[in-house]
Each structure stands twice: as C-alpha cells, then as structure tokens.
Design a protein around this ligand. Sequence first.
Ligand SMILES: [Zn+2]
Length: 486
Amino acid sequence: MLTELEALDYKKIFYYFSEIAAIPHGSGNVGKLADYLERFAIERNIRYVRDTADNLIFYKNATPGYENEPTLILQGHMDMVCEKEAGSDIDFIKDGLTLKVDGEWLKADRTTLGGDDGIAVAYCLALLDDANAKHPALELVITTEEETGMDGAKALDGALLSGRNLINIDSEEENVVLCGCAGGARVTGLLPVERVIAGGRIVKVTVSGLFGGHSGAEIDKNRTNAVRFLARYLFMLREKVPFLVEELSGGQKDNAIPRDAKATLLFPEDISAEDILSAQALAEAMTEEIRAAEPDATLMFLPEDYVEELPVMHPRSFEKFLFLLLQAPNGIQVNSAEIPGLVESSLNLGICTMTSEGMELHWSLRSSKASYLQFLKEKLIYLIGFLGGDYEVSGEYPAWEYKEESKLREVYVTAYGEMFGKKPEVATIHAGLECGLLGEKIPGLDMISIGPEMKDIHTPAERLHIASAIRIYQLLEKILADKGKL
Ligand SMILES: [Zn+2]
C-alpha cells in the first residue's frame, strides 16, 4: 500500500482498495479477484456463496441489539473497464494497477483506476473486517461482468438473498442519490452487400474531430453522430455527382457516439475540378452548420489515385444501406414528462463496419419504459428486415422504475441531511445499473444507488476523491448503526 495513502486511510477502505487494485480484474478476467474474495471469507470464517458466474455473496450476522432490524443488502461489481494511455505498457490480463495520490484524488498511473466499482468491494471488505461495526444482518453482493452486459447480475439467484432493502454502490456523485435508471438492449443489423468490379478515381471522405461520448449520459448534449453525418453527406453529394462506394465505416462501441467515420468512393468517369470544389463546398456548409456544437468537426473530401479494378457495392446494395443509415431513428426519441430534464427513450448507432458478409450496424437502445424499449427494438428490426437484412438482439436489461414511495430513500436523505447539513439530489439516470435486474429477481425490493465522487470513469483520467470516499463510508456506517428507521 502506498505510504501516502496509508496515512489517509479510514478503517482500511484504502487498504482493501489497494489490495484489489493489485489484482488484475478487468471485465472477463475476474477469476483472480473472485479467488481473493473467497479466500478472504474462508480465512475469517465468513459465510459466503460463490456462484457459477463468480458472483460473491457474504453474509454477516446482526451485531447484538440489531437482531430485529431488517436485513440490508449492499451491492457493487468487481469487474472494471480497462483503458490506458498510449504511453502505458500495462498488460491488464496479468498486471495490477499502479496507484498514486494526486492532491485530493486517488488515481492510477496512465490507466483507469477501477474506482468503478472497486470502491464498493473495498467498502464491503472493510465492513466485514471491522469487529466494532454496528449493523443489522448484512448481505454483501459483489457481482461480475457489469461493464460488459451485467452477466453476473443476470445469473444471480435472488433466492440467496433475504433482504428487501438494497444499497447499490455504483454511482459517482456524492451529492446525488439515484432512484431509477433506464433499461436497454443492443440490436445488430447485417445488410448483405452485392459487389461489382469497377475502375476510376478513388476519393476518400473522412469525418473526424467530433466529441462523441456516452450514448446514455451524453445523448442529450447535441453531439453529432459521425457515421450518420457522413451518410448524409453522401446522400446530398450524389445529387451533384454520381459515384460508387467501396466502404463506409465508423465508431467502435455500441454505447459510444461515433467520433469519426470514413468512406472510400469511386468516380468511374473521374471527377472534374469543378465537382471537387462543389463537393468541398458541401462539406464546408455541413461542418459550418454544426460548428456551435462541434467546433473541431472536419469533413474532408480527398481525391486520390486511379484504379482499374475495385470491388464496390452494387448500387442496389448501397441504396438500401444508405436508406437504413438515414431512416433508422437515432438520438433522443422521448423526453420524460414525469421527470423534467430526463431522457426517457433514445438509441445510438454506435458501430458501422464492413464484414465479409456485408455491412454490420450496432445500435444501443435505452428507455425507462419497457414498452417503449420494445417498440424501438421492433421498429429497428422492421426496418432492417424490410431491407432484406438480418438482425440480432442481445444484452437486454430491464429498467429500474422510479417509485413514488421509498422508505430506504427517505432514510438515506435524512441521514445525509444530518451528516452534511444539506439534502442530496434525488435523481434517475438515462443509463443502466444492475438495480433493474436485481429488482426483477427479488420481489418487493426497495433500492437506492449511491457512491463517492469520481470523475472520468472508463477513461485513463479516472479518479476517486479521497475525502469523499471516506465521507460516504461514514454515512453508510451511520445508516447501519441507526436503529428503527427502516
Ligand atoms: Zn460501475
């Protein structure tokens, strides 16, 4: 453990955070951390379950005097998103992280920190290790594979839990308590592409410099989708001058708004200087149009060499592909009438890529209303099928709907007020949390989601506010120790 961090530690939360950080635990690679957690339980004689998905559940009896209090569930996930800066040579499969204290923040050396959600695991271990803690019967649940589809929570057996109050520790704002989240699904569409051989002048078209961002949290920020922007450019360009298309691609993750995209065009009759100017003028007009929201956007039209033979999309195939890119719904579909400022339903075309079978498109769909999510899914599938394509739906998870009445929320808001002298913000988010799945498995479950202050999660700039991590732990201690509230 870092000496600097040791000096700041509170009841071993940073000690355990350091232990966790030393064990590789990216999504898909959590076996070693699950082993560590299992050993932790065995060495201390703690009752536990490790299921087939490597989820760990620890059971801790109520401390004397708390036997009549209702059982409380604390929950987080053990897997982390592994991202590193270009200069880092870490191997996330076998190397631990290098922690460092940077002013008020805990960071990792040029990598994600895994504060999301290692801090929840550290809290649970610190609590299990604290012989003086006062609390009702506890069920501490550490799930796996949250970041890649919530497979741990999906596999969890609800019958292993008897508590009906659950605090999810997977949020990143100290002054916010989350009480609802969107559900989601992924839709992949595959449009078959027929190819023909043609010759002519190659032109590369590229879109770059867009902000991109998270397809849930940033879908309401007026960000331009690079793939759709490029498709629109080609749609308007062909009114001026005919061309064929070899490929069009962009985006890397279904849940990120694409920041760049590129296309390779072929002009069979070459292209005149006048047409080049007109194509570039169109590019300029379009980037100018989005300048206020996307100041660094560039759209380049770059004539290159001549080729004699290039397998390009048959115009019929391209037509369908372009139609789908332009006509598929994208972005915000419905704003919430119940919670002003919240996006209720949205979708994002995150990836467009060429495979040996055709053009593959990936969308991420979100809605806090199950019925609208179903509609969006079917609408996309209808469109893809209509154009002769194939589709697949995966990664579905349910919404966690906001409840007007929540005793647990009241208890949290009151305790927060007593401790910090102000009220936390009660909010819901347009992104996924495991609470939706857990709520489906455990009837009558009351839930909140909280966490200490973290910034830039899922990026190498991820950092955890040290004092905030201590404050939220102390707040949990207070909630556990207060009797007769739930
Ligand atoms: Zn998380």
